[in-house]
Design a protein around this ligand. Structure first.
Ligand code: SAM
Length: 292
């Protein structure tokens, strides 16, 4: 069968027209029309014969198609049921794709991996719906899934935050979380004209290489740090990022300033520093001192 050009606007309009499909802004539907992007995401996102790939948000299957060509198996999760009959047609040539109609936030991904990807390494690849970029990334990381990498397209601004170096202005609580679980990398930028409809801002593709995946214990220098305390410290520090650490920690953790002053002193962190100036080691030290 002649391969359908899923990035061709005329093909897209025809496919969508048949189903009376209207793009939903609230579901973050911006489909790729630049043909060079999905192959690059698949190549850089570990789609290869030993891998099973989880995709989030299939759209009409542009990226799914590129993933299925390269990987052992693809399971794609799409929330919009109007897209399902379209995907049945656009992905008909692949017998290694499973489409799940559902909300990624409500799906037990650990169970999905155990059922669908026996004996395979697993990676996530997606052009994410931008309205829930952070919740999706946090779910993928916090669930400590047996996955090697998360390769996703996100808004450029979000990409900056997710891949920022600690100690820079772009840092937020999520930057620290990303680095706790993974090694982030900015792969390439994608202009807003690469999508239909065109979003207001440009995008970037990033990859998070998960520390010690395949279900092993996290072994990233945090073995002796209580994860809940570590993340409470991080969240409190960034909740009022312009305030000094002394103030933000004491209000965020509901602790006496005298106690916080002692903790910071023992951790070797200046009480008037701001969250964005801290290194990973300093966050760890603060958490450690609170634990003691
Ligand atoms: N992968 C396609 C592409 O690159 O052209 C579509 C990407 S589009 C930015 C995001 C897709 O995610 C949309 O198809 C949208 O319906 C879907 N989506 C939005 N929220 C979702 C959710 N909570 N769970 C699963 N899919 C979702």
């Amino acid at each position: 069968m002649h391969e359908m050009q899923l990035t061709d606007i005329n093909v897209i309009k025809k496919l969508l027209g048949k189903e009376n499909f209207q793009f939903s802004k609230s579901l973050g539907q911006n489909f790729l029309i630049n043909p060079s992007i999905a192959p690059r995401i698949a190549e850089l996102g570990n789609a290869s014969p030993e891998y099973g790939i989880i995709e989030i948000g299939a759209g009409i299957g542009v990226l799914t198609h590129e993933l299925a060509k390269r990987a052992a198996k693809v399971v794609t999760i799409e929330i919009d049921k109007k897209l399902i009959p379209i995907l049945d047609r656009t992905l008909a040539a692949h017998d290694n794709v499973k489409v799940i109609n559902g909300d990624v936030m409500k799906i037990d991904l650990r169970e999905l991996i155990a059922e669908e990807f026996k004996g395979m390494r697993v990676a996530v690849c997606a052009n994410l719906p931008y309205y829930i970029t952070s919740p999706i990334i946090m779910k993928l990381l916090e669930d400590e899934l047996p996955i090697d990498s998360i390769t996703v397209m996100v808004q450029k601004e979000a990409a900056m935050r997710l891949t920022a170096e600690l100690g820079t202005r772009e840092v937020g609580a999520i930057t620290v979380a990303v680095r706790y679980y993974s090694e982030p990398k900015l792969l390439f930028n994608v202009s807003k004209g690469s999508f239909i409809p065109a979003p207001k801002v440009d995008s970037s593709v990033i990859r998070l290489d998960i520390h010690n995946s395949i279900g092993e214990e996290l072994e990233n220098g945090y073995e002796n740090i209580d994860r809940d305390i570590f993340f409470r410290v991080v969240k409190a520090s960034f909740a009022q990022r312009r305030k000094t650490l002394l103030n933000s920690l004491s209000s965020g953790l509901a602790m006496d300033k005298t106690d916080i002053r002692n903790i910071l002193d023992r951790a070797g962190v200046r009480e008037n520093s701001r969250a964005e100036q801290l290194t990973m080691e300093e966050f760890k030290q603060i958490a450690k001192q609170i634990q003691m």
